[in-house]
Design a binder for this molecule. Structure first.
Ligand code: SF4
Ligand code: SF4
Length: 309
């Protein structure tokens, strides 16, 4: 075999991750996430997942990548920056989460991951593996933390010490033994800014989110009417919410991404208050054709706007 040592294989993978535009790459042994089992069980038992019943499925697979990918030896975690940089004043008071400014990241990252796996097969030979980006029961943040790419902040997100938290997380789970990275320390310290800033009081404790109270859940995941008790607490978010990230001091270190696909699409840039309120289903389809915003569907976005207008 061309790459005879774990060290050399690991180096090859980390170099290729950079070439493909991933900002950080960390690797862990594929094994059951024992520490997460009780936490996940209790989180689900308390109903913090709201109506996202899919979270209850595949409990074992979620905790154990070797059940998800036969023969899995390593989980390669990858971070891809989507921080847009300093922004000009918006045309509209309605806000959308930064991750949804551009084209749907699933397609962009999936293509990169497939080409990553293809490259490894070409260089190394017949390896078995699967690629993931938000698409299967993989505990992405936990794997990224275990691989030293950051720590899980009190806002439950992965915080990278060099660049904050505005990252997409993706994984490659493969049957190759590699050199493993270790977790790093938690640098939240005594800060509680994210917990204090959440307008819907969705954090029940540091690092514990009741997702059923989160604006991201209401505006993207929930199919029913938004409970009236949250009226007036939305701070004009109509798709997702960035408050607990924008407030995090570690995001002072965020750097603008350089991926054209994630720049604001013309439609998103042009939408004014009046347009948000008046656009038809046809306009919605056109403006958000390749956007993650499509997920909430026309009806969902209208509901979100009506809830705050
Ligand atoms: S995304 Fe917004 S609503 Fe959800 S926990 Fe963070 S601050 Fe609260
Ligand atoms: S705002 Fe403070 S407590 Fe919250 S994740 Fe950032 S550093 Fe941690």
């Amino acid at each position: 075999m061309k790459y005879s040592s774990k060290e050399r294989l690991t180096q090859l993978i980390k170099e290729k991750a950079k070439v493909l535009g991933f900002n950080f790459c960390g690797i862990s042994k594929a094994e059951k996430l024992n520490d997460e089992e009780a936490k996940l069980e209790s989180w689900l038992a308390k109903g913090f997942h709201g109506k996202m019943s899919y979270m209850e499925n595949h409990f074992d697979l979620r905790l154990n990548p070797t059940k998800l990918v036969t023969g899995a030896k390593s989980v390669i975690s990858l971070l891809y920056n989507y921080f847009p940089g300093k922004e000009p004043p918006a045309n509209s008071k309605y806000k959308i989460a930064k991750y949804a400014y551009g084209k749907d990241y699933h397609f962009i990252l999936k293509d990169k991951l497939k080409s990553f796996l293809g490259y490894l097969r070409q260089e190394i030979g017949d390896i078995d593996g699967r690629v993931f980006v938000d698409s299967a029961p993989v505990m992405e943040r936990q794997w990224a933390a275990k691989s030293g790419l950051g720590w899980l902040g009190k806002n439950t997100l992965l915080i990278n010490k060099e660049q904050g938290s505005f990252f997409f997380i993706a994984e490659l789970i493969i049957d190759l033994e590699l050199e493993y990275d270790g977790p790093i320390k938690d640098y939240c310290g005594t800060c509680t800014k994210c917990l204090d800033a959440c307008p819907t009081e969705a954090f029940v404790d540091a690092g514990v989110l009741d997702a059923s109270k989160c604006i991201s859940y209401f505006t993207i995941e929930l199919k029913d009417a938004i409970p009236e008790k949250f009226k007036g607490k939305y701070e004009n978010w109509v798709f997702g919410c960035d408050i607990c990230q924008d407030i995090c001091p570690w995001n002072r270190f965020s750097k603008p991404h350089s991926q054209p696909a994630f720049y604001k699409t013309e439609g998103v840039k042009a939408v004014t208050d009046d347009e948000w309120i008046e656009f038809t289903e046809e306009v919605f389809r056109k403006i958000f054709k390749d956007s993650p915003i499509k997920r909430t569907k026309y009806k969902g976005l209208k509901r979100n706007i009506d809830f705050i207008k």
